[in-house]
Design a protein. Structure first.
Length: 258
């Protein structure tokens, strides 16, 4: 199976966020430009994420956030139809993400805490796999659920090992793919954590979700089914900055050379 390259479209603060300043027209043009750049240089997919909205609501965002995300997902879907399109509504609004993805034609959602419980800077976040899966069934949706395990910017409370969380996410939470990340945005992911998940042979793709660079992508892809990359593609390596065409080209060249 071909290895997946998934780029992040880190959205600036959306209307209603603490630091919101851009118009929706400007936000749309930024999202379209980033998505087109990823598609033109050989990425397989992208994830739209309300990265700039910190501090984040814990598990239910405001209606204005849902509306803004929906508009941007539709714009990217039309502008870059070749990309597998994902939605992540931070910090953990899986219902909003799934609803947006279903209505707007996206392919998957990323859920930071799908099973178990995690201590975060938003407080304790509990996985709501039962709610998410029942909503998907009620909507007749084919949108995939990509679940983080031992998610970054958090400390797991319910699972002592990442392998146990991975097993529960798939066998009990019915996740369609798993994401393993480092401690924070842009932080390198421990390949021993990755191998512990891969060894479970759970029958779903495993992706690395942070810290992958042109120097590490070949070794990472030798272990997993794909990578999700943001900071390494952005201007000066700054999370949340617009994508840098040269960084995107360099990353794809390194990934496809292995």
């Amino acid at each position: 199976m071909a290895k997946l390259l998934v780029g992040m479209v880190h959205l600036p603060p959306l209307p209603g966020a603490a630091r919101a300043s851009d118009s929706m027209d400007d936000l749309e043009q930024r999202a379209i430009a980033d998505a087109r750049l990823l598609a033109e240089h050989g990425f397989d997919g992208c994830i739209l994420e309300n990265f700039g909205d910190s501090p984040f609501w814990k598990d239910t965002v405001e209606p204005v956030t849902v509306a803004a995300c929906a508009r941007l997902v539709i714009a990217v879907r039309r502008a870059a139809p070749s990309l597998r399109l994902g939605v992540n509504v931070l910090r953990n609004d899986a219902r909003a993400a799934l609803s947006i993805a279903t209505v707007c034609g996206a392919d998957f959602v990323r859920v930071n805490v799908h099973v178990g419980a995690t201590a975060t800077d938003q407080g304790i976040i509990e996985g709501r796999a039962a709610d998410t899966l029942r909503l998907r069934r009620a909507l007749g949706s084919q949108v995939e659920i990509w679940a983080d395990v031992h998610v970054k910017h958090g400390r797991p409370l319910a699972h002592a090992s990442i392998a146990a969380e991975a097993a529960d996410a798939v066998r009990r939470g019915l996740a369609d793919a798993l994401i393993v990340s480092g401690e924070g945005t842009g932080s390198a992911t421990d390949l021993e954590d990755v191998r512990a998940v891969v060894r479970q042979n759970l029958g779903v793709p495993v992706l690395v979700g942070s810290g992958v660079t042109p120097a590490s992508v070949a070794a990472t892809l030798a272990v997993v089914d794909g990578v999700i990359v943001g900071s390494a593609l952005e201007h000066e390596g700054r999370a949340g900055a617009p994508l840098d065409p040269q960084r995107v080209r360099s990353f794809v060249a390194a990934a496809r050379a292995h």
